[in-house]
Design a protein around this ligand. Structure first.
Ligand SMILES: Nc1nc2c(ncn2[C@@H]2O[C@H](COP(=O)(O)OP(=O)(O)OP(=O)(O)O)[C@@H](O)[C@H]2O)c(=O)[nH]1
Ligand SMILES: [Mg+2]
Length: 410
């Protein structure tokens, strides 16, 4: 595994609600009994769920659409339609979700198990049995199901590695990851060979952990020098750090000084990075020119590599265990439910909004009964006042979805 897709687009759609049913009880051969049309089932919701078994956003690259199941229509004899099944979409830990169009942050799915509802299923329509009232003994209409919500989202993966390799350019970070995992990064004898992070999965006995090889860090990185912040943001979420110092550095910065600069840059970026569990190793022990009494490795002769991997595995395991259980998250989504009036022409207006659109979503709006129901509901939520405020006069045309009516005093 080398390289990773760190952003993708997602179109999430909740299932449509099932339609309500118009039906009447049969009482004898002629007489029609009371209404017994059942409600439609709710459409399924689309959930995003962070999973440690999912490693990249690759799955969304060519197939960005995810849709939950529709609710089933209601039937006679008060049979309600079944609810549409929810859809759970796995994303990697560390996925940040924003609205594709507004850039508004929607959710931050940092840890395994974090979940967020990306698109709600539509409500099921009410069957005619629900519209029975003293004034309305034989309701001949039912509601249609509501459409499922649709959202275009942007997913960004903040690298979620167990261990981040931290070191000056050219210390041998990419060489190390190529030796301990199947990653095949570019390796070369000049600084800034690595421009984008590479992930590698390291296996040790039964354990697995993810190591991130990232671009080299230089003095001043915390102020944006070199690859600066781009680099530092990638180590933010790593559970542990492997600080690598070059024992063969030809440009004359001794290993103790390298370690000091690296820690200083980490602290300048985020002081809490110094509280992360970390190991420090000297690299290129096969051609060391400096004294170093700490751990040493060589990716050429393999000296110290196996011991290093074992120590990293232990460190990662401890860090994982110390993690608090996920609180399940997650951030509010602004919900615009209120009605809005748009002016279409001198004497023409449109009402927009889920609530008003829902009121006219009946399967048959042509009966006097349905009309009086609509009229009543629109009044109840204050639509006449909204229209007056927007400058509508009696006699003007008002549209709601595909329905249009004349604005009248009664
Ligand atoms: N002698 C010796 N050379 C090594 C060792 N590890 C890496 N090198 C060499 O050091 C040079 C740099 O190695 P890279 O792995 O590309 O270094 P890096 O830290 O990834 O560098 P950047 O990506 O530029 O930050 C290459 O020429 C490697 O062959 C080692 O253990 N011993
Ligand atoms: Mg490299």
């Amino acid at each position: 595994m080398s390289g990773f897709v760190d952003e993708a687009q997602l179109n999430a759609r909740g299932g449509d609600g099932g339609a309500g049913c118009v039906a009447f009880r049969r009482e004898g051969p002629v007489a029609m009994g009371g209404p017994n049309g059942g409600d439609g089932g709710k459409g399924g919701d689309v959930w995003l769920v962070a999973s440690r078994n999912c490693a990249s956003l690759l799955a969304f690259r060519d197939h960005p659409h995810r849709r939950a199941m529709d609710g089933v229509h209601g039937m006679g004899k008060d049979l309600h339609g079944k609810r549409g099944k929810d859809l759970e979409v796995e994303v990697p830990e560390g996925t940040v979700v924003t609205d594709l169009y507004t850039g508004v942050l929607m959710a931050d799915l940092a840890r395994h198990g974090d979940r967020w509802m990306a698109a709600a299923g539509g409500r099921g329509g009410r069957g005619n049995a629900k519209f029975l009232s003293n004034r309305r003994k034989e309701p001949t209409f039912a509601e249609q199901g509501e459409h499922g919500e649709e959202q275009w989202l942007k997913l960004d993966l903040k690298l979620m590695a167990d261990v981040a390799l931290v070191g000056f350019p050219n210390v041998g970070k990419s060489t190390l990851i190529s030796v301990i995992s199947a990653a095949k990064p570019k390796i070369a004898d000049y600084p800034f060979t690595t421009l984008e992070p590479n992930l590698g999965v390291v296996r040790y006995n039964d354990a697995e952990f993810v190591v991130a090889d990232i671009p080299g860090l230089i003095e001043g990185a915390s102020e944006g020098r070199g690859l600066g912040h781009q680099f530092l943001k990638h180590i933010e979420r790593a559970r542990a750090l492997l600080v690598m110092v070059d024992l063969a550095a030809i440009d004359g910065v001794d290993p103790q000084e390298q370690e000091r600069v690296l820690l200083e840059e980490l602290a300048a970026y985020r002081p809490e990075l110094l509280e992360r569990p970390r190991l420090v190793v000297g690299t290129k022990s096969d051609s060391a020119v400096y004294d170093w009494d700490g751990e040493q490795i060589s990716s050429i002769t393999n000296q110290g590599i196996r011991e290093l991997v074992g120590r990293l595995a232990t460190m990662v395991q401890r860090a994982r265990q110390a993690e608090p259980e996920s609180e399940g998250v997650v951030i509010l989504r602004p919900h615009a439910d209120g009605a809005r009036v748009e002016r279409l022409g001198d004497h023409e207006f449109r009402l927009v909004g889920r609530q008003v659109e829902r009121i006219v979503a009946l399967n048959d709006v042509s009966t006097p009964e349905a009309l009086s129901y609509i009229d009543h509901q629109l009044k109840r939520i204050g639509v006449p006042r909204l229209l007056t405020r927007a400058g509508a006069a009696y006699g003007d045309t008002v549209r709601i979805a595909t329905f249009s009516f004349e604005y009248r005093e009664d």
